[in-house]
Structure formats: C-alpha cells, structure tokens
Design a protein around this ligand. Structure first.
Ligand code: 3PG
Length: 388
C-alpha cells in the first residue's frame, strides 16, 4: 500500500477521505476524537505543499439529499479551531476541486451525494478527479464499499493510505498477524450473536479468551449455570458450547466468571450484590463481573504480551455496574503488554476513565475494527492493496 508520507504533493491537490463521523448532541459535537485523529494527515498534506480537499460522511442521512442535522458545518468549525485556520465548507464537489496549494476545504457530507452508498462508479470518478492524489485515511469507514471509500481509491490517478489508516492497520496487524505471545483477547458487550465471527476468528489466534458482559452470561448458561433474569441468548448456547470445546481441545484458556454483580434491574443506584456464578438469584440479572473474577482475569492478563480488548465486561455506563470494566481498564493501562482497544464502547470506557494515553493503541473504528477482528478484508483496504 502506498503511503501519503512517501509521496511528493508539492503544488498538487490532495483529496483526503477521513471518517469525521463524530457523535452529535443537540447540534454540538460531543466527542471530537475522530477530528483530532485526522489532524496529522491534514497537516502532512499541507506541509508538503498541497491544496487539500477533505471528504467525510456524517450519520446516516437519506441518500442523495441535504439534511441540516447531518451537515458537516459543526465539523468544519471544529476543524478550523484545531488547525488554527479557516476550513470552508463547500457544498458542491465541483467547487471543492478549485482549492489552491496551502488551502484546505471540507466538502459537505458525501452521503448527500447520490450514488455514494451504492458505490456509483460515476460519483467515484468525480470524487477521485477532484485532485491528483486520493488519500484513503477513513479507517472507521473502511468496511464500507462506498464511492468515497472504495470506488474512488480504485479510480484515482494515484491512491494511497494516510498516516491514520497506516497506524490503525499496523496496530491490528500486531495483534492478528504476528503477535508477541501470549496473546489474550477480552471480549465483552451484550450479545454473542453480534460477535460470533469475532470469537471464532480470535479463538484461532489467541492463547486466552476472556469473556464478560452479556456474552459471558450465554457462556455461563452453556456451562450449565442458572443466569437468573440476565440478558442471555439461549439460541446461541450450542455455539458457546462449541467455542468452549474448541478452546479446551486446543489447550487455550477460556475462563468464565467465578462471581458476578447482580441487581433486580439495570438502573442507576440499584442495590447491587455479589454472588458466586453458581448462585445467581432467579429474579436478578448479572450486570458486572465480581471482584474474584476481576482478580482472576487480571492475573491472566498480567502474563500477556499482547492484548486486544473489544467490549465492556459490565453495564459500565450505569453505576454501580462499572467496577469490573474500570478495574480491567486500569490493569491493562498498567500492563507492559501491547494493548489494542477497538470498538466504540470499550474505547468510550477507557476514555471515560482517562486511561486512553496509557494503552498501546486506541482505534477510531467501531464496525471497521470489529470486521478486522472477525478476519474480514475491509473493502477499501483491498482497494488500496490492489493499487500497489
Ligand atoms: C462508524 O461510525 O462506525 C463509521 O463512521 C461508519 O458509519 P456507518 O456505520 O454509518 O457506515
């Protein structure tokens, strides 16, 4: 894959597809991490003497028409603040292409353009044709085969990856391709059904697989425990059993929680009690891992050289059910292992605890990091590879 860092951009127009799909609350950006993550790429192109056209989507508008709530206006303003220069928002692709060296403009939400999500070749050609070099840096949207993420990469005169994309792929390669061992995965989140592919792919690679959250409930049920009123997917018990059997046959560790935190309902300030995993009250639900389980998982993780973490191990957003997730985040932050955190909720947890700087790599990708961990090839990465 070609890299922006290696290309001569002087006097050229560089089109950069970023994932500036930031969370918004009442018209304001509630987390600007993705904008900050794009800054080094934008600065690199400008420092190399290019004129920059930025592209991104925001949210999921009805394709092909302008919708105020999905406008990139707030993003352009924030970019301007962070870059210390005005970043004009242009509505028409044709106007974006008129950028001069040293200038940086942002094209309005690419999903307002007809054909973006269908990967229309004519739109892809138009976007690629806005500049001399097309930089695919939107790791968070790399699992979408859209006109601006995949089609334009295939059609551009010169296509390359930006430094954010390069860093993301390198971090996941350190986990998936040739990890320093032992390799441990911590997989939490609510449903086994959304992570079956990920569990299967990771099981083939890891030395130990640690489960938490609702996912662990289905495994506990598969091991014959009564999980009371917990979130559990009975249909997936056979799958969970299969995963445990495979782990056993391959000599891999797949410890289950030995104690859990339960309550009558998932609501703030509920009375929470710790129970042994085989003693969950019938009318209560498991909402976090217990202290003995935390200690058990911490011990296992202390010996790991590489860790990938996807999904919280409890209902961390609702107190008092965040202790397990917080303790694991602290253990991983203190560990010498190379730790990659991927997936929206675990990233939010780590950021919330102020531990982001202490991890090896925090991914900007939600769905994209999930698909990579499932072993899938991301369409826009495949397109970049095809371009050499
Ligand atoms: C994300 O937030 O995961 C990416 O920006 C992709 O957004 P999408 O799921 O709407 O394609």
């Amino acid at each position: 894959i070609k890299k922006l860092a290696d290309l001569d951009c002087n006097g050229k127009t560089v089109v950069i597809r970023e994932d500036l799909n930031v969370p918004m609350k009442e018209g304001r950006i509630s987390n600007d991490k993705r904008i900050r993550a794009a800054l080094p790429t934008i600065r690199m192109a400008l420092d190399k003497g290019a004129g920059v056209v930025l592209l991104s989507h925001l949210g999921r508008p009805t394709e092909g028409r302008y919708e105020e709530q999905f406008s990139l206006k707030p993003v352009a303003a924030r970019l301007g603040e962070l870059l210390g220069r005005e970043v004009p928002l242009v509505s028409e692709p044709a106007d974006a292409g008129k950028v001069k060296p040293g200038q940086c403009v942002l094209l309005e939400n690419v999903r307002f353009l007809k054909g973006e999500k269908k990967n229309d070749p004519a739109l892809a050609a138009q976007l690629a044709g806005l500049g001399d070099i097309y930089v695919m840096d939107a790791f968070g949207a790399a699992h979408r085969a859209h006109a601006s993420t995949e089609g334009a990469v295939r059609q551009a005169k010169v296509a390359c990856a930006g430094p954010l994309m390069v860093a993301e792929l390198a971090a996941f390669a350190k986990v998936l391709d040739n990890p320093a061992r032992p390799l441990a995965a911590v997989i939490g989140g609510s449903k086994v059904s959304t992570k079956l592919g990920l569990l299967a792919n990771l099981l083939a690679k890891v030395d130990s697989l640690i489960v938490g959250g609702g996912i662990a409930n289905t495994f506990l049920a598969a091991a014959g425990y009564n999980v009371g009123a917990s979130l559990c997917e009975p249909d997936l018990i056979p799958e969970a059993k299969k995963i445990m059997e495979t782990a056993g046959a391959q000599g891999k560790q797949l410890p289950l929680p030995v104690d859990v935190v339960t309550a009558k309902e998932l609501a703030p300030g509920q009375k929470a009690t710790v129970h042994a995993a085989d003693d969950v009250p019938t009318d209560e639900m498991i909402l976090d891992i217990g202290p003995k389980t935390v200690a058990l998982y911490e011990k296992l993780l202390a010996g790991a050289a590489t860790v990938v973490w996807n999904g919280p191990v409890g209902a961390f957003e609702t107190e008092p059910f965040g202790a397990g997730t917080k303790a694991l985040a602290e253990a991983l932050a203190a560990s010498k292992a190379f730790v990659v955190v991927g997936g929206g909720d675990s990233v939010a947890a780590v950021e919330g605890y102020g531990l982001a700087d202490k991890m090896g790599y925090i991914s900007t990708g939600g769905g994209a990091s999930l698909e990579l961990l499932e072993g899938k090839v991301l369409p826009s990465v495949a397109a970049l590879e095809a371009r050499g």
